[in-house]
Design a binder for this molecule. Structure first.
Ligand SMILES: [Zn+2]
Ligand SMILES: [Zn+2]
Length: 172
């Protein structure tokens, strides 16, 4: 079994990373990012011990947990540009070149102030009075916000029920 050396160091059987990963993630209401609260490496990516004294990047572990192994030469990139985020919805596979192109594309998007006066959120829910909340000075679509909260609770629950995260998250 994989965790032998850890067992020798820490006594009772260590909890596998798959069962620990959601414990240290907190949701960010504006962006829907799942921010890692524990250790970060030098450039802000979350890291988690995976046994045998090794640690791995949290967003990469989350990708593997929800989508399967990362193919050789590919990187797990962030749509949201938040290195500590590990929301599987914000992650995509890319080459280093894709990552650069993506950043440029987003730069153009952000500089377009028309985005701030759009009548609907990016999923097409209208910004009506009832459907609009303000967080930190930004408009938030309530419908999307509620969907993110449901997703978040489901992911937390999956952690304790042993259900595969991927199956749970696909329901949203
Ligand atoms: Zn994010
Ligand atoms: Zn919405």
């Amino acid at each position: 079994m994989m965790y032998n050396s850890d067992m020798a160091k820490t006594g009772p059987k260590p909890i596998p990373w798959q069962d620990r990963i959601m414990r240290h993630v907190s949701p960010e209401p504006n962006s829907g990012c799942w921010l890692w609260e524990r250790s970060h490496n030098g450039v802000g990516y979350g890291t988690l011990g995976v046994g045998n004294g090794k640690s791995a990047l949290v967003h990469r572990l989350m990708w593997e947990l929800t989508n399967g192994p990362v193919p050789d030469g590919m990187f797990v990139c962030h749509r949201c540009d938040m290195p500590p985020c590990c929301n599987p919805d914000h992650l995509f596979l890319g080459t280093p070149g894709d990552n650069m192109r993506d950043m440029h594309a987003k730069g153009r998007y952000v500089s377009n102030s028309a985005a701030l006066t759009k009548p609907a959120c990016k999923r097409g829910h209208p910004f009506t009075k009832e459907n609009t909340a303000i967080y930190g000075g930004h408009r938030v679509c309530r419908e999307c916000f509620n969907a993110r909260a449901r997703r978040w609770r489901a992911a937390k629950k999956a952690q304790y029920s042993g259900a595969p995260l991927r199956a749970v998250l696909q329901g949203f």
